[in-house]
Design a protein around this ligand. Sequence first.
Ligand SMILES: O=P(O)(O)OC[C@H]1O[C@H](OP(=O)(O)OP(=O)(O)O)[C@H](O)[C@@H]1O
Ligand SMILES: NC(=O)CC[C@H](N)C(=O)O
Ligand code: SF4
Ligand SMILES: [Mg+2]
Length: 529
Amino acid sequence: MCESESVLPVSQPDMTLSDQELFGDDHPHDHCGVFGVWAPGEDVSRLTYFSLYALQHRGQQSAGIATSNGKQILVYKDQGLVSQVFSEQSLQGLRGHIALGHVRYATTGADVWRNAQPTLGPTPTGTLALAHNGNLTNTVELRELASEIADDGEDFERGASTDTSLVTALLGMADRIPGPTPFIASPSVTPSETDGDEAAPASSLADNLEPAPLVGAALKVLPRIKGAFSLVFMDENTLYAARDPHGYRPLVLGRLASGWVVASETAALDLCGATFVREVEPGELISIDASGVHSRRFAVRRSNTCVFEYVYLARPDTTIGGRRIVAARHEMGAALARENPIEADLVIPTPDSGTPAAIGYAQESGIPFAQGLVKNAYVGRTFIQPTQSLRQLGIRLKLNPLREVIEGKRLVVIDDSIVRGNTQRALVKMLREAGAAEVHIRISSPPVLWPCFFGIDFPTRAELIASSMSVEQVRESIGADSLAYLSIYGMVGATGQGTSLCIGCFTGEYPETIPAGTPVPGTPDATPC
Ligand SMILES: O=P(O)(O)OC[C@H]1O[C@H](OP(=O)(O)OP(=O)(O)O)[C@H](O)[C@@H]1O
Ligand SMILES: NC(=O)CC[C@H](N)C(=O)O
Ligand code: SF4
Ligand SMILES: [Mg+2]
């Protein structure tokens, strides 16, 4: 039985957590877009707060911000949306020149306060705060390592039970990990196009500086971590960012007039007025402090960015791998129209993320595009809701058909994906009740057949509708007149990324070996209390 999800810190009823909480207390205070900013003179907590709004679609279960004023790190986090978690008062309390922020959607570890991020942990020289987007596949091995090097009885996860809390613990204890650093990265720097700007020095090629405090720890720990991680972390004076060698999840570097930001998506850079510098490379560790941006490599770059970022996850106004997401989705819709034409009167999108593909389908097919469904702007993503009943209720709350548009019409309804089939089953029913003459479903990705181990909690295979049913059986189950999916070739082609993508949930072939017994994210095995 899980503890109550509303477990709050006893000593800090205002939801803040400080380094004071880390030591000498056997009850650590029970307590996924990422964002980080290093910008002296800026209101970094407010900048992070607004940027988290731009990333809210990536996780709606909890939100948190950590700041450092150079002496102390403070974390404020709670269950809920960014707008629900933060108030003027809480932001006022978060002062400093470095901040990081997180919006969570749990994949490993339950959706409880103590698992919310940023996490906080001790280091030999101070404190570290960390935010993670992704999901690790070797948590068993990492937990064993942490248990071996922890002091007797030390609760190294500090009450949490996530893959993220393990990384935090290991970074803090890296000096205790036996053996040499597995991969000695060169202390090279990655000059940016904006080097030379005096307001915020970028890395200098004559880099004789002492590395930032956590660089050594990160170079020791990061090569041991398997799976997906786009990390943003900080100590009192330095902001760090790292991306796993496959680059499953996006992570970008941007520049402000007076500093630097890192964010899951370029849309967050737009919001905070930062210019895009470049992506954090797969296998790269970046540190940012008063001396500039320093880059080190902890693993060989592989590059297998998640294709589902292009299909559904990322915002349409984000760019990944040089490809604007909205353009990729238009092209997926156009390819879908070429592969699966049908005679119809109207093309109707399934808001939100089905809309760009519907525009592409309509343009390519010549069938008029119409908004046949009104979306309630205050209801979020239903796929990212934690339970089946919430997802079903969410669809009803979210979408309502416009009878005057659809009555008597043959409709092609476009959506980006079918996972459990909830959305299309509910929609077909609603559209028929509203008088549609025919309902043809076209999906701008192939059938999802396999689980994801890298940060998306698709259900188990048993719950994935396409894994146990043929296309014809799925059509029958959702009640449509016809159903067709985009091919893998069509989907991948639309991203413009060649073959360097993860497409594991469509093919069952993942870019890396999944250790036997790795729990499927989102299942009880992966989300123990
Ligand atoms: O087959 P299902 O289990 O219903 O899942 C698939 C649906 O979930 C997603 O939409 P979601 O409502 O999460 O978000 P969106 O508004 O961004 O499209 C996706 O776009 C599909 O519409
Ligand atoms: N969606 C995510 O990126 C989740 C991050 C991390 N695995 C957690 O569960 O907190
Ligand atoms: S398995 Fe699917 S959702 Fe997971 S990273 Fe690969 S493409 Fe993305
Ligand atoms: Mg949808």
